[in-house]
Design a protein around this ligand. Structure first.
Ligand SMILES: O=C(O)CCC(=O)C(=O)O
Length: 282
């Protein structure tokens, strides 16, 4: 077919589609290929979930591609953040870390915070947050471990570490850790950022408002309700050494956070009994 003829046919096709479209009122009001229309539609979805005020707006900020790290702004409501702190407070214990050789948890100077584990699906509020995590990370809820709640007081920190395991024992159930969602449950007056010291870009070097620790690489400042999402593996499923990260020392104030580690496969979550806690739900 000649180029002239095919151009003519394409032109007629566009005219017919436009005519059909103009007969529908929805099409007359919006330009389908207008980006602002698509953005507004996406925003509406989140507004339904989070409330209409600008301060409640959920949006995703790309922090880094190497490692892959994203900041979910306004992921939790203030009420949800306060609830998790309140649930955990009476049960906090000195944090431990997994020993690379034995795969067992033990106290270590690597991590000076205190913490506790909630059960997966422990109650309706936790369950709802976990469903939201699955939706926004696109990683099934059943791949997640129970939430770990952490508390850092002034000078406390979590030194640089990987979330993936170096031993075999810890990967039997659920496989390796694929990704982490770190939810900030409080603001911190100074310090306490989560930093990736081996990130390829160094956007915070010399930046006012970031502690010296956080200036070493891509970093997220703790803000109540925000959540840091990052992968421990590259898109080609290799363990990502650039995902090395640290909880910088808190300088002023204190920091509460909740960590959701997500595995590559289903994770059989047990049920940790606690005083006053109901039996595992059916
Ligand atoms: O508290 C932080 O900023 C880091 C926590 C962390 O690295 C973890 O829980 O794996």
């Amino acid at each position: 077919m000649s180029t002239r003829k095919s151009r003519l046919i394409a032109g007629i096709a566009v005219a017919l589609v436009t005519l059909a479209c103009l007969q529908q009122s929805s099409c007359r009001k919006t330009k389908l290929r207008d980006i602002s229309v698509r953005e507004a539609a996406a925003k509406d979805l989140f507004v339904q979930e989070r409330g209409s005020a600008e301060k409640d707006r959920f949006w995703i900020e790309i922090l880094s591609w190497e490692p892959r790290a994203f900041l979910f702004h306004t992921f939790l409501t203030d009420g949800e953040a306060d609830y998790l702190v309140q649930l955990a407070k009476p049960h906090m214990e000195k944090s431990e870390v997994v020993d690379n050789e034995t795969g067992k948890s033990q106290p270590s100077e690597v991590r000076t915070s205190s913490g506790m584990f909630l059960n997966r699906g422990e109650d309706d509020i936790v369950d709802n947050i976990e469903a939201r995590i699955a939706k926004h990370t696109a990683i099934p809820r059943d791949n997640g471990e129970g939430l770990q709640i952490l508390h850092y007081q002034a000078s406390e920190q979590y030194r640089p570490h990987f979330d993936y395991f170096h031993d075999k024992m810890n990967t039997v159930n659920g496989g390796q850790r694929l990704a982490t969602l770190l939810m900030y449950l409080s603001d911190v007056q100074e310090g306490g950022e989560t930093v990736f010291p081996d990130s390829v870009t160094k956007p915070n070097a010399g930046k006012a408002g970031f502690s010296t620790c956080a200036q070493a690489g891509v970093a997220a400042k703790p803000k109540k309700g925000d959540a840091l999402f990052f992968y421990s593996q590259t898109p080609s499923n290799q363990l990502d050494e650039k995902s090395l990260h640290a909880g910088c020392p808190v300088i002023r104030g204190d920091k509460w956070s909740a960590t959701k580690w997500m595995r590559v496969d289903n994770f059989e979550a047990g049920w940790i009994p606690r005083e006053g806690l109901a039996q595992k739900p059916p």
